[in-house]
Design a protein around this ligand. Structure first.
Ligand code: DX5
Ligand code: ZN
Length: 220
């Protein structure tokens, strides 16, 4: 059976004490952290840029997966790579057409792993031709922009269909879900085909980060 990984999103952590959040994640034995970059254009919220990524890079060796919810990601990929991102995830919705190929090329050339994300209403078939070129698909299970939203159950059939296609065609790809993951929804996402679960509020809005991560693990 595939091992399911948890990717804590620091979006819901205390931004004045990110070092502490990272320390707790490490203590829980997690191998990665999810960094949500928002530009106020593609999504109606603004978070942080490469400088912040760089400053937390100095605190830990765990994997950084950087989720770029920004317009014109091609302009910033290299900066996020230089800041220490290991996996760089771009959105289909901001790169459709020729730009998507270009972005994947930039990510690969700078030595990072490439992830491609789709919004809840975007069919996975839109990125079918790219599945062999990327390392990870990030299926949004909420509309991107904010932490703490409710998981959209209607995305589950899409997840299942993508997973079936990937298995049938022997494509080596991580399938990650993002949004509204808690001990109830984690199981649904894993059954439908996800092997990495991003979780923000259910981890960082809890009283005990390590206990919350363990609860997620035991729910799947
Ligand atoms: C939402 C972000 C998510 C967010 C998930 O746009 O991409 O990564 O942090 O947060 P929760 O788990 O609270 O839905
Ligand atoms: Zn995210």
């Amino acid at each position: 059976m595939t091992q399911v990984l948890i990717s804590p999103s620091i979006l819901s952590a205390d931004f004045s004490n990110l070092g502490y959040a990272i320390k707790k994640i490490e203590e829980a034995g997690v191998d990665r952290v999810h960094l949500d970059v928002m530009d106020g254009h593609f999504v109606p919220n603004i978070t942080f840029g490469p400088e912040l990524v760089k400053s937390i890079r100095n605190k830990t060796k765990i994997l950084f997966e950087t989720h770029l919810m920004i317009e014109h990601p091609e302009k910033y990929i290299k900066r996020f790579r230089d800041a220490g991102s290991d996996i760089i995830i771009i959105h289909y919705e901001t790169t459709k057409g020729r730009k998507l190929k270009e972005c994947i090329k930039i990510i690969k050339e700078c030595g990072a792993k490439a992830g491609l994300s789709i919004n809840p209403e975007t069919p996975w078939e839109k990125i079918k031709n790219f599945l062999n070129e990327i390392d990870l698909v990030l299926i949004m299970t909420v509309s991107p922009g904010f932490g703490g939203q409710a998981f959209k159950n209607e995305v589950l059939p899409k997840l299942k269909s993508l997973k079936e296609f990937v298995v049938k065609n022997k494509i080596n790809l991580d399938i990650e879900v993002d949004g509204g993951i808690n001990p109830d929804t984690a199981k649904l996402a894993v059954i439908a085909g996800a092997n990495i679960l991003v979780a923000g509020a259910s981890i960082f809005k809890s009283n005990d980060v390590i206990e919350a991560i363990n609860k997620l693990r035991s729910s799947i």
